[in-house]
Design a binder for this molecule. Structure first.
Ligand SMILES: N[C@@H](CCC(=O)N[C@@H](CS)C(=O)NCC(=O)O)C(=O)O
Length: 219
C-alpha cells in the first residue's frame, strides 16, 4: 500500500488509521504548495489533483474518510470499526456528522480566507461559517461530556475524523468548543499511533523538500 499525502492536510487521517492498524505502507509526499498536485505524474494517480490517495494494488482510492474506512475494514483487528451493529451505527453517525456538519464550515472559512482565487473570496461569509461551526461543535462538546470517545467507550475511526476537524478549527483560530473537546484533543494527541503518524508526515516532508529542488519526483 502507498499513501499520497502532505503535512497539514486531510492525509493525516489516513496515516493515523494506517498506524492504528499496524499496517506497513509507503508514503509519498505531494508538495501541494509547489503545485505538485497538478504534476502529470500525480494527475495519473488522481486526475482531480487532490490528496490523499491510497493505492493498494490496482485500487486508487480518494476521499480521506473512505480511505479510513477501507483501512478499518482491511485490518479488522485494529478495532477502528467495531463488529457490533449498534456500535458501528455510532461510528457512522459521528463520522458523517463531522463530514457534513463540521468540515464544510471549516472548508468554507479556508476557501474564503485563502484557498479560492482572490476574486472569488467573500470575506463577509466568515462570521456565518464560524457561527455554524460553533453550533455543530457544541453537539460534539455535549457528547464528549458524557462519552470518553465520540462513538462510545472505545477509540474508533470516528475519533480520527472528529479530532481532525477540532484540530483544524484550532489552526483556523476558532474558539475551542469547550473543556470536554479540549481534554479529548489533548488525550488523543498522546496516542502512540497519532505520534507516529505526525512524525512520519514530518520526516517525509523534510526528506522531500531536501531533494525536490534538485530532483523533482517522477512518480
Ligand atoms: N473530500 C476530500 C477533500 C480532498 C482535498 O480537498 N484535499 C486537499 C488537501 S486537504 C487538496 O488536495 N487540495 C488541493 C486542491 O484542491 O487542488 C477528502 O476528504 O479527501
Amino acid at each position: 500500500m502507498k499513501l499520497f499525502g502532505s503535512r497539514n492536510s486531510r492525509s493525516l487521517r489516513c496515516v493515523w488509521a494506517l498506524e492504528e492498524a499496524g499496517a506497513s505502507y509507503d508514503y509519498q509526499r505531494v508538495w501541494m504548495m509547489k503545485g505538485e498536485g497538478q504534476a502529470p505524474w500525480f494527475k495519473e494517480i488522481n486526475p482531480a489533483g487532490k490528496i490523499p490517495v491510497l493505492q493498494d494494488g490496482d485500487l486508487k482510492l480518494t476521499e480521506s474518510a473512505a480511505i479510513v474506512y477501507y483501512i478499518a475494514e482491511k485490518f479488522p483487528a485494529s478495532g477502528l470499526l467495531p463488529d457490533d451493529l449498534r456500535l458501528r451505527a455510532e461510528v457512522h453517525r459521528w463520522t458523517f456528522f463531522a463530514l457534513t456538519e463540521l468540515e464544510p464550515h471549516l472548508w468554507a472559512i479556508a476557501q474564503h480566507r485563502f484557498a479560492l482565487p482572490e476574486d472569488k473570496r467573500v470575506a463577509a461569509l466568515e462570521p456565518t461559517s464560524i457561527w455554524q461551526f460553533g453550533r455543530a461543535a457544541r453537539t460534539i462538546e455535549k457528547r464528549l461530556g458524557v462519552s470518553p470517545y465520540i462513538a462510545g467507550d472505545a477509540f474508533t475511526l470516528a475519533d480520527i475524523v472528529v479530532f481532525h476537524c477540532l484540530v483544524w478549527a484550532t489552526s483556523a483560530r476558532l474558539d475551542p468548543p469547550g473543556e470536554a473537546c479540549t481534554a479529548y484533543v489533548e488525550r488523543l494527541r498522546q496516542r502512540d499511533a497519532y505520534v507516529r503518524a505526525t512524525e512520519r508526515e514530518r520526516v517525509e516532508a523534510e526528506r522531500h523538500e531536501a531533494t525536490f529542488l534538485v530532483t523533482p519526483v517522477a512518480g
